[in-house]
Design a protein around this ligand. Structure first.
Ligand code: SF4
Length: 330
């Protein structure tokens, strides 16, 4: 089956010039992956690894100093293909965003207007992207939509500040799904929520995905969230995907040393042994290390790691790894 999204060798850099000194931050540098239909795909990695830049590009919200240097980002929606890097901005805004690709951000206040009742925000979004020829039918549809998602319709008359953080995030998800988009991009959707509320928000995302069969791209540094929700997980390090696999595979048998470190660092109930930490810090992407970008911190680094970028190899069903150790073993 045709994937929903194909990303090929994407390179997206921030180019700035201050006092005549130019600087290029290679935030996404050679990323390729596909999103299938009807799956939750997780992207993991520490902050500044390129996750947010990647979703800016694939959602078509590219603003200077971010520039796409090369690569391809192509969606295959029902009945039409959209090359996101070569589609008119107005068309993206009116025909693609919200209707086909919607976005749930960290902190719902970025989408909710603090001085407008919730229903007015629904009105703004639906009015802009579809129009509201029949107000009574619109109100009925929104009430039904929020009810289906387990929210009391009365919240539509409230202002955002009258809701808890978890409830606001649920409203943000209701807004993001009002057009039943093919793809929901959720960027750290549960950060800043307590664990119990987090669980409710994640369950809501899971239920929506299972019900509608759409795709969710879940971006979070929190591996426990991926373990609970995602079907497949990609681990990013310094602007590149270093490993991608079905969730149970990556958690049970990660092959890339960085993925191994992340997973071994997860707390286990009853295990009080100290978890070793990695030496060094993530690299400066304005001046990344040669070869494998993880080599200055990798306990298995070899000469070749400093010289050559490891290729992404398929090592099992839907399992890919970029590491010279794996290349050697193969
Ligand atoms: Fe470590 Fe080399 Fe593999 Fe990079 S390529 S993760 S440095 S062994």
């Amino acid at each position: 089956m045709t994937p929903l999204l194909e990303v090929e060798d994407l390179r997206a850099y921030y180019r700035t010039e201050v006092y005549g000194i130019s600087r290029t931050v290679r935030a996404v540098d050679g990323v390729s992956f596909q999103l299938e239909r009807n799956e939750i795909y997780g992207i993991a990695g520490e902050s500044s690894c390129g996750k947010t830049t990647l979703i800016k590009v694939i959602s078509g919200t590219i603003k200077p100093p971010l520039r796409v240097e090369s690569g391809r980002v192509c969606y295959h929606f029902e009945g039409r293909d959209v090359d996101i890097l070569h589609t008119d901005r107005d068309e993206l805004r009116t025909q693609v965003r919200w209707k086909e690709i919607s976005y749930v951000m960290q902190g719902s206040m970025s989408v909710l207007n603090p001085v407008r009742r919730i229903i007015r925000t629904f009105e703004d979004i639906v009015g802009t992207h579809q129009g509201i020829p029949d107000r009574r039918a619109f109100l009925e549809h929104v009430r039904e939509h929020v009810k289906t998602l387990g929210l009391p319709p009365d919240i539509l008359n409230l202002y955002p500040h009258q809701l808890s953080g978890g409830m606001r995030q649920r409203v943000a998800i209701a807004l993001a799904t009002i057009f039943h988009p093919s793809l929901i991009i959720a960027d750290e959707p549960t950060t800043a929520l307590d664990v119990v509320v987090q669980r409710g928000v994640l369950q809501m995302l899971k239920d929506i995905q299972a019900e509608s069969g759409n795709t969710v791209l879940l971006v979070t540094h929190d591996l426990a969230v991926h373990a609970n929700v995602a079907d497949r997980v990609a681990v990013m390090y310094a602007g590149r995907i270093v490993e991608e696999a079905p969730t149970e595979v990556i958690f049970e048998a990660p092959r890339h040393p960085y993925a191994q470190h992340l997973i071994q660092s997860l707390p286990v109930i009853g295990d009080k042994s100290s978890k070793g930490s990695l030496s060094g810090a993530p690299p400066n992407l304005a001046n990344p290390p040669s070869g494998c970008r993880f080599h200055p911190r990798c306990p298995h680094a070899m000469d070749i790691c400093r010289q050559r970028v490891p290729e992404m190899l398929t090592v099992g069903p839907r399992h890919r790894v970029a590491c010279h150790l794996v290349e050697e073993a193969a």
